[in-house]
Ligand binder design. Structure first.
Ligand code: NAP
Length: 286
């Protein structure tokens, strides 16, 4: 049985949402209601669930929201025209086009069409560039959620050695940049890293975003290290599994996130936070 502290993403997420709700009420009294537009192309079942959850979060927090559902064979030009229209809409502060998109649509073209100040996913090259150079930007949601969870443990990130396994544009790279911004010393591992356990065993903070069920076990972990598992993998049994073998890892780790109930709940919460930030900026409020 684990004695490690389990980091509840649900609890952290609920606390942040409560604060957001209070702030939205105060802003609404000044005539500023944050607005989010979510665009779904096609009928991917997982995407439909995500979109429904985003619309519900908006409703719960008092945001204005629009959901645009387009047919799977919608031409790219039509999707781009919708994005341009939303860019011009004053009641919309955040635009999220649910990924993945059908094969005939170029994701990059769609992401690049979103006005950077409304890019609440934080994927636009302007926001990515600002993150790299340390300027204000809308932060990608899952990586921002990872940082919130680490901070929640009470660990001072500054000066710690953080190891990130995975270097994707949506998780690994931005997590590493954000940890560096918090003054951690960061090592990134990927599929060509030859001495991975040697590196991960030095980590005070280990973030795992590999996309392989139960990839990391106790043998990768320094005793007491904070372990954040970003992975969401569907097993043949239908159950969800993280990239970390929780039973094994938690026998040596310090605070550790479960799957489900760890990083997952944070992503939509950080999306709401980004939309609020975008709304405040649009209204000239800091
Ligand atoms: P991805 O684009 O497939 O990237 C996986 C990364 O892991 C790559 O950088 C890859 O290295 C590395 N990798 C693969 N096999 C490896 C190995 N044997 N040893 C070391 N590194 C290895 O995946 P992703 O989009 O970053 O997502 C990662 C996981 O997070 C997935 O399970 C995904 O479902 C989950 N996720 C969760 C959320 C959430 O809200 N909680 C959000 C996004 C993603 P190379 O670069 O060398 O190929």
């Amino acid at each position: 049985m684990t004695t490690a502290q389990i980091i509840s993403g649900k609890q952290v997420s609920d606390d942040i949402r409560q604060n957001l709700k209070t702030e939205v009420e105060a802003l609404a009294a000044q005539g500023c209601v944050p607005g989010l537009a979510v665009v779904l192309v096609g009928e991917d079942p997982a995407s439909q669930v995500y979109v429904r959850n985003k619309a519900k979060a908006c409703e719960d927090l008092g945001f204005y929201s629009e959901v645009h559902r387009l047919e799977a064979d919608t031409p790219q030009e039509e999707l781009l025209a919708l994005v341009h229209k939303l860019n011009e809409q004053d009641n919309i502060n955040g635009i999220l086009v649910q990924l993945p998109l059908p094969g005939h649509i170029e994701e990059k073209a769609v992401i690049n069409a979103i006005a950077p100040e409304k890019d609440v996913d934080g994927f636009h090259p302007v926001n990515v560039g600002n993150l790299v150079i340390g300027d204000d930007s809308l932060l990608p949601c899952t990586p921002a959620g990872v940082i919130e969870l680490i901070k929640h443990t009470g660990l001072e990130i500054s000066g710690k050695h953080a190891v990130v396994i995975g270097r994707s544009n949506i998780v690994g790279k931005p997590v590493a940049l954000l940890l560096q911004r918090e003054n951690a010393t960061v090592t990134m591992c990927h599929s060509r890293t030859s001495n991975m356990k040697e590196l991960t065993r030095q980590a005070d903070i280990l973030v795992v975003a590999v996309g392989r069920a139960n990839f990391v076990d106790a043998s990768y972990i320094k005793p007491g290290a904070v372990v954040i598992d970003v992975g969401i993998n569907r097993l043949e049994t239908g159950k969800l599994a993280g990239d970390v073998d929780f039973e094994s890892a938690s026998s040596v780790s310090g605070p550790i996130t479960p799957v489900p109930g760890g990083v997952g709940p944070m992503t939509i919460t950080m999306l709401m936070k980004n939309t609020l930030v975008a709304a405040k900026r649009a209204h000239g409020l800091s």
